[in-house]
Design a protein around this ligand. Structure first.
Ligand code: SF4
Length: 311
């Protein structure tokens, strides 16, 4: 099948818009051409991805930020590029993406970190295959919101080394109201199962501490939703235990636009996570013997790690 067929009746993500992206856009806001907003050496990921030397600007994660998103969370820190085309991004075919990856490696990237690529999956998968053919031998990281179709993920089997999905919500009412995806939990569970089936348990490089393959599942705690957080941690620790890493994040920051724009559940979205709730969630991980985990300190809230997007 021609890869362009996937864009003519698009069901690449669980939104299943079924539209022809050569003629119009669906929920993700993007047509049939992959658009990269910015590609850069980035230091804002977990240490086994970004590296451990925070002063070293010449190395880090070679991060490729795609425009558009299949979730469009109202609290997104990458909102400047996730809502749709900015008009400032670079349209990329398979060859152009491959060149970007090779350039990032040349600049000192430890890995190639693809941020929100599922709505361009066929092109991105082909570009990874091409880069590997051309000898690119650093890990490829698939960094996503967890709302992924299993069929689309199968395009990346054997190509992606590390998956970094979010697991955002457990409660379907919450995910229905905030991200218009009441099926988020069941979709994320199936997607993470598929990712784990592809990579197997996490493997770290003994010399560098960098991740070679596996999963880091991220959970950004939502204000006042400690119960939801614990349900997610229960699921992940019961199903995978220390075969995966869990990154528990307290950096939820009410974005300024939420003050005046229409948004759902402002009673949640305009607050921050109480410190006591975060401590309780960390204790929950400890109680469940989850030592493969990343936790944050109280200075993590804010927008200091938002990349310099082209807008
Ligand atoms: S990738 Fe975009 S157009 Fe395709 S199903 Fe998902 S949201 Fe709809």
């Amino acid at each position: 099948m021609d890869m362009t067929d996937d864009f003519r009746d698009c069901t690449l993500c669980p939104r299943k818009c079924g539209i022809n992206r050569y003629e119009k856009t669906g929920f993700c806001g993007m047509g049939a051409e992959a658009i990269v907003n910015i590609a850069m050496i980035h230091h804002g990921e977990e240490p086994p991805i970004s590296g451990f030397d925070t002063e070293d600007d010449s190395h880090g994660s070679g991060t490729v930020f795609f425009e558009g998103c299949t979730l469009k969370c109202p609290f997104c820190q990458n909102r400047a590029i996730s809502q749709g085309p900015t008009g400032k991004g670079q349209v990329c075919d398979v060859d152009a993406l491959t060149e970007i990856y090779l350039s990032l490696k040349w600049q000192g990237a430890y890995n190639i970190n693809l941020v929100t690529a599922s709505h361009f999956a066929p092109v991105v998968a082909a570009s990874i295959a091409k880069a590997k053919e051309r000898g690119l031998n650093i890990p490829f990281v698939y960094n996503c919101g967890g709302y992924e179709s299993v069929e689309t993920l199968k395009l990346f089997d054997g190509l992606i080394d590390i998956y970094m999905p979010d697991f955002k919500f457990w409660d379907e009412k919450l995910s229905g109201e905030i991200i218009k995806a009441p099926d988020y939990r069941e979709v994320a569970i199936a997607a993470i199962d598929e990712m784990f089936a592809q990579t197997g348990p996490a493997v770290m490089d003994k010399d560098t501490g960098l991740m070679k393959k596996g999963l880091i599942v991220r959970h950004l705690m939502m204000p006042g939703q400690l119960f939801d957080t614990k349900k997610i941690l229960d699921h992940l620790t019961e199903r995978y235990g220390n075969d995966i890493y869990i990154s528990l994040m307290n950096q939820y920051t009410p974005m300024p636009h939420l003050d005046f724009a229409p948004a759902p559940r402002k009673d949640i979205l305009l607050r921050t996570v109480p410190l006591g709730h975060y401590d309780s969630a960390v204790d929950h991980l400890v109680d469940r013997d989850q030592y493969n985990a990343f936790v944050q300190d109280s200075t993590s809230q804010g927008d200091t790690m938002i990349p310099p997007f082209r807008i």
